[in-house]
Write a protein that binds this ligand. Structure first.
Ligand code: ATP
Ligand code: MG
Ligand code: MG
Length: 383
């Protein structure tokens, strides 16, 4: 069978491997960790850094096509692999998504067609930029241009002094200052785009973040106003088309209290908010990733169940006094429609994504009841 390569061995890579195997492919995972979640379930793994020349040579010698599960792989690594093998997404798209300055510029461009713009922002690259920041961007959120995730690398600032201090504390690296917006809710859209430009879209996810980390995703009839969902899907298609994107792309949006839609950021890969598609749709975001990579057809996925996904962070593995505790999986799995996904990470840490629990049901009311029951059993906050 053909061998598919994936850069990155996290849980997204693990679920890509599962989907690839189902479709009859073998896989090779490149990750520096010998016990990575994806490496452990893959036919082959290469244990090395993403920019290691001999690892990349081994990867393109063995893999027929290559994808990534991690947006911070060096874009040059993807570009060099693409000289020999099909690579999706392309290095250029990943380079844009991994740099908030380029990402926002792309969103501004796509907004000319979609009408959905990013939050007002300024690029901060020097002391001089600090002094030129317009007053109406404050209070704001300072975000490092590169490498932030789960709210890391971000600081809320309400005055010029706080802004200057936060920028210096971030190491005076290139940052983006965004105006702090009054959010009513957050949502995200996942699309898969093929080399022929065909686009398949998953239903729109409604997301709840806690401490900058995704906590809950809900997708069912009525979880979002329909006009809002279709505007978000339209904007996502526009963003993907304007990038000539190939692969799975997730775009995050804010919905403001006045109902307007603002584009936040994108991930050039499957996304935590799309995990529900494994259990609630007839084609998951990971199957879409395999299909887009290998040039298989991209039928429109159909959602067959109302669903709520609960992220299982490492915090759950500790009790109030910090001792490790056993989680009541038997009770959780006794609830109808409970689908447990643990990523095989050896050590639980606060804020670390250890797994997720997807609840499926026949209706919004059913799935909300069962998800709240599961959350209570696990000691998670209600939503
Ligand atoms: P991810 O793990 O999704 O990549 P990240 O670290 O890149 O996260 P963002 O998505 O930029 O961070 O922001 C994290 C969360 O912080 C958002 O989902 C939202 O709840 C809040 N947030 C970010 N920017 C703004 C803003 N301009 N106004 C209000 N809230 C914001
Ligand atoms: Mg991000
Ligand atoms: Mg985000």
């Amino acid at each position: 069978p053909a061998l598919l390569g994936v850069l990155g061995g996290g849980q997204l890579g693990r679920m890509f491997v599962h989907a690839a195997q189902s479709l009859g492919y073998e896989t090779v995972v490149l990750d520096p960790d010998p016990a990575s979640p994806a490496g452990m379930v893959s036919h082959r793994q290469i244990v090395a850094n993403y920019d290691d020349p001999s690892a990349l040579a081994e990867l393109h010698a063995s893999a027929h096509a290559i994808t990534t599960e991690f947006e911070n792989v060096p874009a040059e690594a993807l570009a060099s692999l693409a000289l020999q093998r099909p690579v999706a997404p392309a290095a250029e798209a990943v380079a844009i998504a991994q740099d908030r300055v380029r990402e926002k510029a792309h969103f501004v461009r796509s907004a000319q067609s979609s009408g959905v713009a990013p939050a007002p922002y300024a690029v901060i690259d020097s002391e001089e930029d600090l002094s030129k920041v317009p007053e109406d961007l404050l209070p704001g959120i300072l975000k490092t241009a590169r490498l932030g995730y789960d709210g890391k690398g971000q600081a809320r600032v309400s005055s010029r002094q706080e802004l200057a201090a936060a920028w210096r504390a971030a190491g005076s690296v290139t940052c983006v200052l965004e105006k702090l917006l009054p959010l009513a809710l957050e949502c995200s859209v996942i699309v898969a785009r093929g080399r022929d430009g065909q686009v398949a879209s998953l239903p729109v996810q409604r997301n709840l973040h806690r401490n900058g980390i995704l906590a809950v995703t809900e997708v069912y009839e009525g979880s979002l106003p329909e006009d809002l969902a279709s505007r978000a899907q339209q904007a996502t298609r526009q963003i993907a088309n304007d990038l000539q994107y190939v692969g799975v792309l997730c775009v995050e949006f804010f919905v403001l209290q006045d109902g307007s839609l603002v584009v936040n950021e994108m991930a050039p890969r499957p996304h935590n908010s799309g995990h529900y598609s494994v259990d609630a749709c007839d084609c998951s975001q990971f199957e879409l990733q395999v299909r887009a990579l290998t040039g298989l057809p991209l039928p429109a996925p159909r959602q067959h169940s109302a669903t709520i996904m609960l992220n299982l962070l490492g915090d759950l593995w500790f009790d109030a006094s910090g001792n490790s505790r056993t989680l009541p999986w038997e009770q959780v799995l006794a609830i109808e429609g409970a689908h447990l996904h643990l990523y095989g990470k050896l050590e639980a840490r606060h804020g670390r994504k250890m797994g997720h629990l997807t609840m499926t049901g026949a209706s919004a009311a059913d799935v909300r009841a069962s998800a709240l029951q599961a959350a209570a059993l696990l000691g998670m906050e209600a939503f």
